[in-house]
Design a protein around this ligand. Structure first.
Ligand code: GSH
Length: 218
């Protein structure tokens, strides 16, 4: 039974990072489009899979899993020897990936999502921006990226010289910044810009951004 990914088609969020892992690992999957505007994620059938009523969710031979980063880890582990390696095998190397991934979820994602809410989501919905909240979030994001600049001056990617899940998790939301005219990922420092440009030109991402999330079967 082919793996099913339940998500919206938009690539710059949780469903996008799962779709990227599926692409990098060359895992065939069926995409089940969930219409968020129609609240399909709140139906009893969907809540039975994810009681929080959110996408993405996967179903892998009867095994249901939600939370985008947990799904990415599961797939990277299960298909460790297929497609591009996304998690190193050594315990120290793996710990460095988890260190960078914790920073992404605990520090980076939390501020990026606030910037996206003000500079993109509210603008798209014609709602007034809270300029003070946006300025504060941009200051906080800038401070995180100053540290990224130091880290990325020492190695090519966040957890060493190989692309890993710690880098991949940054595709959740940060690519949306450019849509709101926020160029902070490429204007902060030369090493952050080099890293971000490399992520943005990765073939799996270029394809996903152009096509949206689409299954490979079904
Ligand atoms: N922490 C969750 C966040 C999931 C999430 O925020 N999903 C959004 C779409 S990106 C959603 O389902 N929104 C609709 C809703 O909350 O009703 C994850 O990473 O999977």
């Amino acid at each position: 039974m082919v793996l099913k990914l339940y998500s919206a088609s938009f690539p710059g969020a949780g469903g996008g990072i799962v779709a990227l892992v599926l692409a990098e690992k060359q895992i065939p999957f069926e995409h089940v489009l969930v219409d968020l505007k129609a609240k399909e994620q709140k139906t009893p059938e969907f809540l039975a899979m994810n009681p929080f009523g959110q996408v993405p969710v996967i179903e892998d031979e009867g095994f249901i899993l939600y939370e985008s980063r947990a799904i990415c880890r599961y797939l990277a582990e299960k298909y460790a020897d297929q497609g591009k390696p996304l998690l190193p095998k050594g315990s120290k190397e793996r710990a460095l990936v988890e260190q960078a991934a914790s920073v992404e979820f605990g520090d980076f994602h939390s501020v990026v999502s606030k910037v996206v809410r003000e500079a993109v989501s509210k603008v798209n919905r014609g709602l007034p921006i809270d300029q003070a909240a946006l300025d504060l979030s941009l200051t906080n994001l800038s401070a995180k990226l100053d540290v990224y600049e130091v880290i990325l001056s020492k190695h090519r990617f966040l957890a060493g010289d190989e692309f890993t899940l710690a880098d991949l998790f940054h595709y959740a939301f940060a690519p949306v910044l450019a849509e709101g005219g926020v160029d902070i990922m490429t204007s902060k420092g030369p090493n952050v810009a080099r890293w971000w440009n490399e992520l943005m030109s990765r073939p799996a991402w270029v394809k996903l951004k152009a096509e949206g999330i689409k299954g490979t079967v079904g």
